[in-house]
Design a protein. Structure first.
Length: 63
């Protein structure tokens, strides 16, 4: 199951960065934008919450 999830995340990433692309050609700011967009995307496995929302909930509950 983990492999399936990793493949899906790879496909999501490919929406922004083509396979085989040298990431060193992307600016740090551009990669941050891609990461933010992926982390703001709702996930079925999180009951349609976003990874960012779950992370912030987790941090808030331990603080």
């Amino acid at each position: 199951m983990a492999m399936r999830r990793e493949r899906k995340h790879g496909r999501l990433l490919r929406q922004y960065v083509p396979k085989g692309t040298d990431l060193s050609t992307y600016s740090h700011a551009k990669l941050n934008v891609v990461a933010r967009r992926l982390n703001e995307r709702p996930r079925k496995t999180l009951n349609f919450d976003t990874p960012a929302k779950r992370f912030h909930q987790s941090v808030a509950s331990t603080g």
